[in-house]
Design a protein around this ligand. Structure first.
Ligand code: CO
Length: 131
């Protein structure tokens, strides 16, 4: 698998609006996109930090996985996403052949029109990992 860089860090927040003063006002980053991803029941806000992005994830429903994450662990870093150069489907096949437990057996649509898939934290040192 050819990982080129960290595509983004996903951070679970209760409210994107409440975090904007920190990310924009304090850190001086610019939110360039806010998007609802219906099937994941999240609202996302993106900031560029060099080649990497920060993705704030706000639950849009109490049964969203992000809502459950915040309930259990509180707000904070939720996942790391690697950019893979040879395609998500190829990377998934390789991960599976290496015995990595997959959450997504096939790529699906994520924010920003990207093809994504998640690996299970059981196989990734407890860090939810997105390709
Ligand atoms: Co993500």
């Amino acid at each position: 698998m050819d990982i080129s860089h960290i595509e983004h860090l996903g951070i679970a927040v209760k409210s994107i609006e409440e975090q904007l003063p920190y990310y924009e006002g304090v850190l001086g980053l610019k939110c360039y996109n806010i998007e609802v991803v219906e099937d994941q029941k999240v609202k996302t806000a993106f900031f560029k930090v060099g080649q990497t992005k920060i993705e704030l994830l706000e639950p849009t429903s109490p049964d969203s996985t992000i809502a459950k994450f915040i309930e259990k662990k509180g707000e904070g870093i939720h996942h790391i996403a690697f950019s893979v150069q040879d395609g998500v489907a190829n990377a998934l096949a390789e991960m599976e052949s290496k015995g990595v437990q997959l959450i997504d057996k096939a790529p699906r649509g994520g924010a920003e029109g990207l093809s994504i898939a998640f690996l299970h934290p059981k196989s990734t040192g407890s860090v939810l990992t997105e390709l």
